[in-house]
Design a protein around this ligand. Structure first.
Ligand SMILES: NC(=O)c1ccc[n+]([C@@H]2O[C@H](COP(=O)([O-])OP(=O)(O)OC[C@H]3O[C@@H](n4cnc5c(N)ncnc54)[C@H](OP(=O)(O)O)[C@@H]3O)[C@@H](O)[C@H]2O)c1
Length: 335
């Protein structure tokens, strides 16, 4: 197959969405262990917004272009890649560079499109499924029969977390910022949804659990929620931090409950993990989660699709926080 040498991509400078523009540049080449994907669709994630603002620089060696997840077909294989062939339809957790017509990704971070999926739905999977698997089930060790509290229930991450926790047999409580969002969370499988703008979620959790508390909290708000999160956790509870939308500082925090109730406070970011660590997460997803997606028991909720050249509008929408589920860029027709 002959490949073009140039491609369209979204270039940006640190600042607002108005600094995003369509540009032309070289098609990347697949290095050892990587595949080159002709991108049909790319997911938009909150970390992209942070990167665009200049607050989340790409790790060394990663593409400076925005975009952490893509779906498309494999058009070239780097040295030593096995398990994928030219023409395979894959979705991939990219290390960057997804807002483009071509994107490279380590082969270990690629997964097949689940049964019946198109590119838009496939592109909506990697970032949230890798993150939720590694944090809620990995670090958080959520077990069937336990109770989880998922903050930001209608975020891309939140929807996936609610669905998977419910699917794997946990009771799921969630928070969101409006009645409409709370109703949506119940539709995704949450047992109860708390509008955090109207109620103290820690008090609600105490009531819902009869005072027993939660086993795992998955949190993207951070400092401003820290005290309430600790109050929500029952004996041996785990608090997993994945972002600080509400700030990273928690002044005056009373740590007594960590000792008295043997709590674990942990957290992680996906992007700086090694290719080997990401491949291990992909293997677990392939074995445990892809059959659930194939069977249609969980799946992405697509809120809106923008063409690639309207990526700035996709970011503007994300920054309103009015969306429920995923925002996707349509890059090219599926081949
Ligand atoms: N650690 C990791 O590896 C990792 C990986 C991927 C994403 N993340 C993080 O996970 C979060 C969700 O990502 P996403 O792409 O799913 O984002 P998203 O779809 O844009 O959702 C973010 C949601 O957070 C809520 N929110 C925003 N500001 C808030 C605040 N100050 N207090 C409470 N809630 C707030 C909003 O809903 P409401 O209307 O309900 O407030 C918003 O819809 C982001 O912070 C992202 O950086 C972390």
């Amino acid at each position: 197959m002959s490949l073009p040498t140039e491609m369209r991509h979204i270039a940006h400078e640190a600042g607002g969405p108005e600094l995003m523009r369509v540009a032309t540049g070289p098609v990347p080449s697949a290095k050892a262990g990587e595949v080159l994907i002709r991108v049909a669709a790319a997911g938009v994630n909150r970390p992209d917004v942070q990167q665009r603002k200049g607050a989340y620089p790409p790790p060394p060696g990663a593409s400076p272009l925005l975009g952490l997840e893509v779906a498309g077909d494999v058009v070239a294989l780097g040295e030593g890649v096995d398990g994928f062939a030219i023409g395979d339809r894959v979705c991939a957790l990219a290390n960057g560079g997804g807002y483009a017509e071509y994107c490279v990704a380590p082969a270990g971070q690629c997964l097949p499109w689940p049964r019946g999926y198109d590119a838009i739905r496939a592109a909506a999977l990697p970032e949230t499924y890798f993150t939720v698997w590694a944090n809620l089930f990995g670090l958080g060790r959520l077990q069937p029969g336990e109770a989880a509290l998922i903050h930001g229930g209608t975020s891309g991450i939140g929807v996936t977390a609610i669905q998977l926790a419910h699917e794997f047999g946990s009771r799921v409580y969630t928070t969101a910022g409006s009645r409409e969002k709370c109703d949506a969370c119940l539709g995704f499988g949450a047992d109860a949804a708390i509008n955090y703008k109207e109620a103290d979620f820690a008090a609600s959790i105490k009531e819902f659990t009869g005072g027993k508390g939660i086993d795992v909290v998955l949190d993207m708000v951070g400092g401003s929620y820290a005290a309430q999160n600790l109050r929500c956790l029952g004996m041996d509870g785990r608090l997993v931090l994945i972002a600080f939308l509400g700030g990273a500082k928690a002044d005056g925090l009373d740590l007594t409950s960590i000792m008295v109730r043997r709590l674990t406070v942990t957290g992680s970011t996906m992007r700086p993990r090694t290719a080997q660590q990401k491949a291990e997460i992909a293997d677990a997803l392939r074995a445990k989660v892809w059959p659930v997606l194939d069977a249609g028991r969980c799946g992405p909720v697509i809120y809106r699709v923008f063409p690639l050249d309207q990526a700035a509008d996709a970011h503007r929408l994300m920054e309103t926080s009015t969306h429920i589920g995923k925002i996707i860029l349509s890059v090219a027709a599926e081949s």
